[in-house]
Every structure is written in structure tokens, then in C-alpha cells.
Design a binder for this molecule. Structure first.
Ligand SMILES: Cc1cc2nc3c(=O)[nH]c(=O)nc-3n(C[C@H](O)[C@H](O)[C@H](O)COP(=O)(O)OP(=O)(O)OC[C@H]3O[C@@H](n4cnc5c(N)ncnc54)[C@H](O)[C@@H]3O)c2cc1C
Ligand SMILES: Cc1cc2nc3c(=O)[nH]c(=O)nc-3n(C[C@H](O)[C@H](O)[C@H](O)COP(=O)(O)O)c2cc1C
Length: 590
């Protein structure tokens, strides 16, 4: 057993710095040969640390951020914590662990995030008691708007238990409003793991140990957003288009807010005043009624419904209170079937028409039955190297009709219709996504598939490459409905081609000819060259629609490798797996 030194409480560091340094030393000592024991002498060795691996599976960085937060907290509590991406472990490595926290989100229709797929598959098919010396707990991230709420976390919890591991605390399923549940789970779990745990052991051969990185806590966050001035909101589509995509610019000068190409921006929206007015009318209220805000303060009902509460998909609790029949999913008490009323206002109206004698909720009762209004994420379409003091987005306005009523997306129409450039300040924060970055080397070729608003991060990547003088080749696949109305950033792309930054641009406009053509067809048409770029080390990126496009593009990538590389489907799958493992295939899909 090797003892890991602790920074004494009297050392001139803040609690956070001390926690980080303790984690750092734990990481160093967990990998250091025993002969290096003299390294311990400068600091008095006073306590042994409990080894803890914090395993995350994340698509857009939330679980990764929480894993780092957990590591910092664990560092303060005498754990030697290492943060590890699920993509970097397997069943055998897991079997050698003692204590594991799993923090994992769910994507697609109940699927694991890309980086968690191979471990998920391996655990699903494993049997026996390979993990009988492992103690674990799972924090599942999800969104109750999805039917398969927290499915991936539920799977991991089940798989680990099935393979003989000991669950130290029950799984926690977190909705988008995860902070409180996450903190409580972490606190209880670290306490449970700390009880009777084995002291830290030297893991000389262990090459995977990752030390919680030293990212400082950002000044502005989801809880404390920066009020950014909206500078521009411009429709990128020409008249006659069936779409409305806005180019948005915010002023960040002197904000201290830092981002990188590949990050997303969290935007705090307001509900539409007309929608709020409909809810007030259904309640029979004038909006002046005092109600609790989520922070416990008292605010007028109109403000609460505009700024703080979600008027979209109703909670199961509201449906129950208004006696609207629902079928409740096995996974979550607050998930309802798609047949449920679409929006909160529909519940109130339906309740009034179907049960004229039932009592409509009071204003305070109503807000207790609503979820908090959540920020929306948007892939950043600017580069800090090229667009100093600004951040840009590319936002598609969501509008549709449902049950005979026109509906609009909260945040996209807030930005497109209601926010006033030059006047409105909007709460924003940077949502870091380290898994989606331009290649570290400017010489590495990039292939980017970004139809529709999926072009956003690639505008940022290309701006980054131009500004940093990167010499690598760049190939963009873009698609939309019609070239005449929907060719987003056409002039900018032409200028990038002209200047040699954009090497190849393949477009697919689905409605410009009799048969529908999409980006995946263009990939197949260019199979030989695409494969040659991959063989030259190109990174392959996809951004945009998750439900269909990303799946079709993934299939096309496999077909390109089969056809141009002369490989069997199994060999092509292995090739794609290698691209993922080498972080050369990254997706930002929603
Ligand atoms: C990492 C990430 C990056 C993103 N980047 C971008 C980006 O660059 N650009 C961009 O435009 N968006 C992007 N999004 C999506 C964005 O976050 C929002 O989800 C989107 O703008 C819709 O939000 P909203 O508030 O306008 O709509 P909401 O009020 O959230 O309404 C959307 C909901 O309405 C319902 N709905 C929509 N259409 C229909 C229909 N036809 N019938 C029935 N119900 C329907 C669905 O339940 C849908 O979930 C990204 C998302 C993520 C997670
Ligand atoms: C395209 C998409 C699909 C999603 N599918 C699900 C789902 O099926 N079930 C669920 O509970 N959450 C789903 N979510 C919500 C995410 O799990 C949730 O936002 C989570 O906090 C993201 O964590 P991450 O950033 O670490 O990936 C989905 C989110 C997106 C953008």
C-alpha cells in the first residue's frame, strides 16, 4: 500500500485549490513507482486516500462537467479521484476498479451517448460476476420530455448490478434541472463510499488515471448567466423559404466570458407574452397575483409565467391535479404518453371543458405543478479568434400546428421575434463541449457534415482555421431544402472557397429536383475521395438533426468505408470504432 500525501489545512491555498492539489497528488502517486516514495517527504504524509474512479458518458459535456465537479468534491473528502471517459475503459479495466461513480446521459431514443456506446454494449452482453469487487452508484442524466427518460443510466445501473458489483446508493435520475438531485446523490454516495472503504493502493501500471483538470469555475453559468446585449438577429433565408433560420450575434466585450469553437451557448429564454396571456385567461387571473419564484422570492404571476416556469409539456402532477387521464411510463412518474395534452394551457382548457365543476388550480398551486423554464443550448457559430468580443448562433425558429392551435418554440422564437437587437439583454452562459473541437493540429484534414442549422459549429471551425492560419484541407457537406432560399451563409462559404480555406463544398438541396437528395447521397457519390481523406487522418464531424440525419450519415460513412476501402460490414464497423476511439469521429447532434 502506498500513502498519498495531503496538502495540510494550514498551507496557503483556498479549499478548492487544496482539493485540486490533493487530487493531483493522488493522481501522481497512483501512477508513481514505489521507489519514488521520497517524493512524499516535502509534505507530511498524514492520511490514506480512498481510490475512486468517476466514469462519465457525455454527448454535450454536462455529464463530463458534473464528473469533474464530483472529483473536486471527492478530493475534499480524502478520495483519490480520477475522472475517466467511458470511451477509455472496458470490462477488464472496470473489474480492476474498487469504487466507481457513473454519471451518464441518454441520447437518441433512449440510447447511450457516442462515447458510452462500446462500454454499454460490452456490459449488456457480459455475464458472470466479473465486477464482484466493485462498489458503485449511478447518476443518470436525462430529460422528462423524452419517453425513454434516463434509459442509459438505468441500463448501466442494471448491468453493473447483474455483474456482481455492489450498489452503495440507489441510482438517481436527474431531469434538466439536475443540480439539487446531483448534489444530494453525490453527498450521500461519497459518504457511503467513505464508510469502511479500503485505503488507497498504488496503481503503478495504471495509465488511465486522469486528474480532475484545473479549469477554473466560470464566472457566468447556468445559475448565474451573463446578461449579453443582442447585437443582431437576421433571417438567413430568402423570402419564399419554408424555413426561418436566424443569424444571432451577442456582445461579449468586457464580459470575461470565454469560449472555443465547438462549444455551445446556453440561452435563458422568456415565454411568449401571448402564450402567458392565454394561460392567465384560462386561470381567470390578471397576472398580478403573488406567487413563489423558484428561488423562494415572491413575484407577480405574469412575471413568474414569463421568466421562470415552463408552459410547454405538462407534468404528470399537473395532469393528475386537473384529472386528465394519462398513462405513466415505467421509468418516471413525471413522464407522460404523447397522447397527453401538448402544453400547459391545453390542460387548463381541457379540464375546464371536460369537468366544469372541477376547481382550476390557484396561481400558487399551478406554479408548484410546473417545471422550471430551462435554458436552450445552441452550437456556437463564431470563433473567438475571428469574432473578438462576440458570440454568434444559427437558430432555426420552431413553429408548427398541433391540435388546431399554432405553436412556437420558446427560445428560438424569443430570439427570432421578440428580442430587440441593440436593446434586449439576454442571459447566456458557455456550455463547454471538449469532445467537439477542431483538430489540435492545423494540418489535419477536416470533413464536416452540417445540413441546416448543423452548419453552425463548422462556420466556427472554418473561422478558427482561417484566423489561426491552419493549412489543413477542409471539406463541408451542406444541405437544406432549396438553394435559392436556404443556402445559409452562401457568400461567406464562397469567400472561404475563394481564399482556399474551404477546400471542397458539396451541397444537397432536397427540393431542387424531382427526387429528394440529402447530404448522405453526396457522401456516397464522393466515396473514394472521402475514404482517401480518412486514410490521410481526416477528422469526421457531424452536426444537426439527431433523429434522422445523423443516423443516415453514420450509415453512409460505413458504406463509404465498405465500398471505397474494400471492407466487409464488420471491418467497416471496426474502422468506424477506431475513428471514434481516436476522437476522429465527433457528433454534435440534437
Ligand atoms: C447541444 C445542442 C446544440 C444545439 N444547437 C442548435 C443550433 O445550433 N441551432 C438550433 O436551431 N438549434 C440547436 N439546438 C436545439 C435547441 O437547443 C432547441 O431545442 C431548439 O431551438 C428548440 O427550442 P425552442 O425553445 O425554440 O422550442 P421548445 O419550446 O423547446 O419546443 C420544441 C419542442 O416542440 C415540440 N415540437 C416541435 N415541432 C413539433 C411538431 N411539428 N409537432 C409536435 N411537436 C413539435 C417538440 O416536443 C420539441 O421538443 C441544439 C440543441 C443541443 C442540445
Ligand atoms: C437529441 C437528444 C436526444 C435526447 N434523448 C434523451 C432520451 O431519450 N432520454 C432522456 O432521458 N434524455 C434525453 N436527452 C436529454 C439529455 O440526456 C440531457 O440533456 C443530458 O443532460 C445531456 O447530458 P450530456 O451533455 O452529458 O450529454 C436527449 C437530448 C438530446 C439533445
Amino acid at each position: 500500500m502506498s500513502t498519498v500525501p495531503l496538502i495540510p489545512d494550514t498551507a496557503p491555498f483556498s479549499a478548492e485549490q487544496r482539493a485540486w492539489l490533493n487530487g493531483f497528488l493522488a493522481g501522481v502517486f497512483s501512477r508513481a513507482p514505489a521507489a519514488n516514495s521520497d517524493l512524499r517527504s516535502p509534505i507530511s504524509a498524514s492520511a490514506a486516500l480512498t481510490p475512486l474512479t468517476i466514469l462519465f458518458g457525455s454527448q454535450t459535456g454536462t455529464a463530463e462537467g458534473l464528473a469533474k465537479k464530483a472529483a473536486k468534491e471527492a478530493g475534499k473528502r480524502s478520495f483519490a479521484a480520477t475522472v475517466l471517459d467511458m470511451a477509455q475503459t472496458d470490462l477488464a479495466k472496470l473489474a480492476a476498479e474498487k469504487n466507481v461513480l457513473v454519471i451518464v446521459s441518454t441520447y437518441g431514443d433512449g440510447e447511450p451517448p457516442d462515447s458510452a456506446k462500446s462500454l454499454h454494449t460490452a456490459l449488456a452482453s457480459a455475464s458472470g460476476t466479473a465486477l464482484s469487487s466493485l462498489r458503485f452508484s449511478v447518476c443518470a442524466l436525462g430529460d422528462t420530455n423524452y419517453t425513454q427518460f434516463c434509459k442509459c443510466g438505468t441500463d448501466f445501473d442494471h448491468f453493473l448490478g447483474k455483474l456482481g458489483a455492489t450498489r452503495v446508493t440507489p441510482r438517481t435520475d436527474c431531469d434538466l434541472d439536475y443540480e439539487e438531485k446531483f448534489n444530494s446523490w453525490l453527498n450521500t454516495t461519497l459518504t457511503a463510499l467513505g464508510t469502511g472503504s479500503a485505503p488507497a493502493e498504488s496503481k503503478i501500471e495504471n495509465q488511465k488515471s486522469k486528474i480532475p483538470d484545473s479549469d477554473p469555475e466560470p464566472t457566468y453559468s447556468k445559475k448565474n448567466p451573463y446578461p449579453a446585449l443582442l447585437l443582431t438577429s437576421r433571417n438567413l433565408n430568402a423570402p419564399g423559404s419554408g424555413k426561418q433560420v436566424h443569424h444571432i450575434e451577442f456582445d461579449l466585450a468586457n464580459s470575461g466570458l470565454a469560449y472555443e469553437a465547438g462549444d455551445a451557448l446556453g440561452v435563458i429564454p422568456h415565454n411568449c407574452p401571448e402564450h402567458v396571456a392565454e394561460v392567465l385567461a384560462a386561470l381567470g387571473c390578471d397576472g398580478e397575483e403573488a406567487v413563489p419564484a423558484p428561488d423562494g422570492s415572491t413575484v407577480p404571476l405574469r412575471r413568474a409565467l414569463t421568466e421562470f416556469y415552463d408552459l410547454g409539456k405538462p407534468t404528470a402532477e399537473l395532469l393528475a391535479r386537473c384529472a386528465i387521464p394519462t398513462t405513466v411510463s415505467a421509468n418516471s412518474a413525471s413522464t407522460t404518453t404523447p397522447a397527453s395534452p401538448h402544453h400547459v394551457v391545453d390542460v387548463l382548457l381541457q379540464s375546464k371543458s371536460e369537468n366544469p365543476h372541477s376547481k382550476i388550480p390557484t396561481p400558487t398551486e399551478l406554479v408548484w405543478l410546473l417545471k422550471r423554464l430551462q435554458p436552450r443550448l445552441y452550437s456556437i457559430s463564431s470563433s473567438p479568434h475571428a469574432h473578438t468580443g462576440q458570440v454568434h448562433l444559427t437558430v432555426g425558429a420552431v413553429r408548427y400546428e398541433k391540435d388546431g392551435r399554432p405553436r412556437k418554440g420558446v427560445c428560438s422564437t424569443f430570439l427570432a421575434d421578440r428580442a430587440q437587437p441593440g436593446n434586449t439583454r439576454i442571459g447566456v452562459f458557455v456550455h463547454s463541449n471538449k469532445a467537439f473541437r477542431p483538430p489540435a493540429s492545423g494540418d489535419t484534414p477536416m470533413i464536416m457534415v452540417g445540413p441546416g442549422t448543423g452548419i453552425a459549429p463548422f462556420r466556427a471551425f472554418l473561422a478558427h482555421r482561417r484566423a489561426t492560419g491552419a493549412k489543413g484541407k477542409n471539406w463541408l457537406f451542406f444541405g437544406d431544402q432549396r438553394a435559392s432560399t436556404d443556402f445559409l451563409y452562401r457568400e461567406e462559404l464562397a469567400a472561404l472557397m475563394h481564399d482556399g480555406v474551404l477546400t471542397k463544398l458539396d451541397t444537397a438541396f432536397s427540393r431542387d429536383q424531382a427526387e429528394k437528395i440529402y447530404v448522405q447521397q453526396r457522401m456516397l457519390e464522393a466515396a473514394a475521395e472521402l475514404y482517401a481523406w480518412l486514410e490521410q487522418g481526416a477528422h469526421f464531424y457531424v452536426c444537426g438533426d439527431a433523429s434522422r440525419m445523423a443516423k443516415d450519415v453514420d450509415l453512409a460513412l460505413h458504406q463509404v468505408i465498405e465500398r471505397a476501402g474494400g471492407k466487409t460490414p464488420e471491418q467497416a464497423a471496426a474502422y468506424v470504432q477506431q475513428l471514434k476511439a481516436a476522437k476522429r469521429y465527433a457528433r454534435d447532434v440534437y
